[in-house]
Design a protein around this ligand. Structure first.
Ligand code: GUN
Ligand code: ZN
Length: 431
């Protein structure tokens, strides 16, 4: 059993920086160390102390680089990897023009495997160690994702995207097949190693009431599973939902009425919420997933981060690849900062970093396992070079504290800032 001692600056969270002052929320060791054993963090503290206490451990010294938990992307579409950055459309036209034709290809297991493999290579090189992804309607696309995650030892979440209307014929299932296929995949993958199955109705415009009801029934049978969907992303989408569900009180009600609102629910985007929707989401303690690069790229709107966190909502952060325009959670933090500015609230770097790690893990109900440095936590780590480009280096050189040193990397960093990644304690060989 190898013991590995990893040295560098360390950053971890003792609390939620949206709830308590940053100084109380954060633990920073200028010369710190993480002891890893059996895939988990066995000790954490000052480098000198841990070196003395564990002379038998294999040493890796990252110098001045910053060691934190790996990034957690709480909402992505891995099948959209190859069509990211497609120009010029808003949500519904973007889905019809670019997304659906690409997703049609995932009935071919070889293509699904090729893209899943590419997706994990890209996300790992960006320091993301867990992603919660939509697959396509094809069960093969779920198998490909989990198989590629397993090959890399990753903790991963995903589900078969269910659609039985308003999509091309080749991308539709039925209420019965959505239930049966999701259930079979859930039984195969949920709790297998580090895999978690997520029940996944795409969004209410592409599911009939019968399909939403079938998936609500499946969730009721497996309440420990997460359920993910989209909610109130664009105003034209909301108008469409109103016309498709004339009896619904609001968009959220199209889920609530069919058993698809709950504490283990993940609601992507959640931008244009009515007061009743906000209250109900808070009441049931559902998670809202903020996808900032997507919200600007597709032109969706500004998520109310300050208002929703102040009201006590659980919020995760996500790329929404490929509606989002990046695989990088650093770029995603930067976009969250910029959108916060538009809304009149400057998010602190500690809050941004917390959202990209512990906040997303908490949204996924995995915060006792991933998303933070802590004894007993799974040892998925990212090591950041805080001077990865000349532009970042010259700004960081003027920094007086950790936040000034880190913020340039948050705002201007990309995969070049990711010096190393560890998955379950083992270093990943970067492609
Ligand atoms: N709403 C329904 N499907 C999608 C999708 O694939 N991406 C985004 N951004 N929104 C959606
Ligand atoms: Zn999405």
């Amino acid at each position: 059993m190898t013991k590995r001692l990893i040295l560098g600056q360390t950053l971890s969270f003792a609390d939620d920086p949206f709830r308590v002052p940053v100084d109380a929320a954060v633990r920073h060791e200028r010369r710190g160390a993480v002891l890893v054993e059996d895939g988990r963090i066995a000790a954490l503290g000052a480098a000198d102390t841990l070196r003395t206490d564990h002379p038998d451990a294999e040493l890796t010294d990252h110098g001045d680089a910053l060691i934190t938990a790996g990034f957690v992307d709480a909402h992505a579409h891995y099948p959209q990897t190859a069509m990211i950055a497609s120009w010029g459309k808003r949500l519904i036209d973007w889905l019809n023009s670019y997304t659906f034709p690409e997703e049609m290809r995932f009935g071919d297991p070889d293509y699904a495997t090729e893209i899943a493999s590419r997706y994990f290579d890209l996300t790992l090189s960006n320091g993301t160690t867990t992603a919660c992804s939509y697959a396509t309607i094809h069960p093969e696309s779920v198998d490909a994702y989990f198989e590629q995650a397993q090959r890399r030892g990753l903790r991963a979440l995903a589900g078969k995207t269910c659609m039985d209307r308003n999509a091309p014929k080749g991308l539709q299932d039925t209420p019965a097949s959505a239930y049966d296929d999701s259930k079979a995949l859930l039984k195969k993958w949920h709790g297998t190693g580090r895999m978690g199955y997520v029940i996944t109705p795409r969004f209410s415009p592409t599911s009939t009431p019968a399909q939403l009801e079938a998936l609500g029934a499946l969730w009721a049978e497996h309440p420990d599973c997460l359920m993910q969907t989209h909610l109130s992303e664009q105003t034209d989408e909301i108008a469409w939902v109103k016309s498709l569900f004339p009896e619904a009180r609001d968009y959220l009600d199209t889920y609530e009425a069919f058993g698809l609102l709950g504490a283990n629910g993940l609601y992507g985007h959640a931008i244009h919420l009515e007061p009743r929707e906000r209250d109900r989401l808070r009441e049931v303690d559902a998670a809202l997933i903020h996808c900032p690069t997507s919200n600007t790229f597709i032109g969706s709107g500004v998520f109310d981060m300050a208002g929703l966190t102040a009201a006590g909502h659980r919020v995760g952060l996500a790329t929404d690849t490929g509606g989002g325009s990046s695989f990088s959670m650093l770029r995603t933090m930067a976009a969250a900062y910029e959108l916060g500015q538009l809304n009149g609230s400057a998010l602190h770097p500690a809050q941004l970093y917390w959202l990209a790690t512990q906040g997303s893990a908490r949204a996924l109900r995995l915060d006792d396992q991933i998303g933070n440095l802590g004894i007993g936590m799974e040892a998925d780590l990212v090591v950041l070079d805080l001077a990865s480009t000349p532009a970042i280096a010259q700004r960081a050189a003027r920094a007086d504290d950790l936040w000034e040193a880190l913020f340039p990397t948050i705002m201007m960093g990309d995969d070049r800032a990711v010096q190393s990644v560890y998955v379950a304690g083992d270093p990943v060989r970067m492609a």
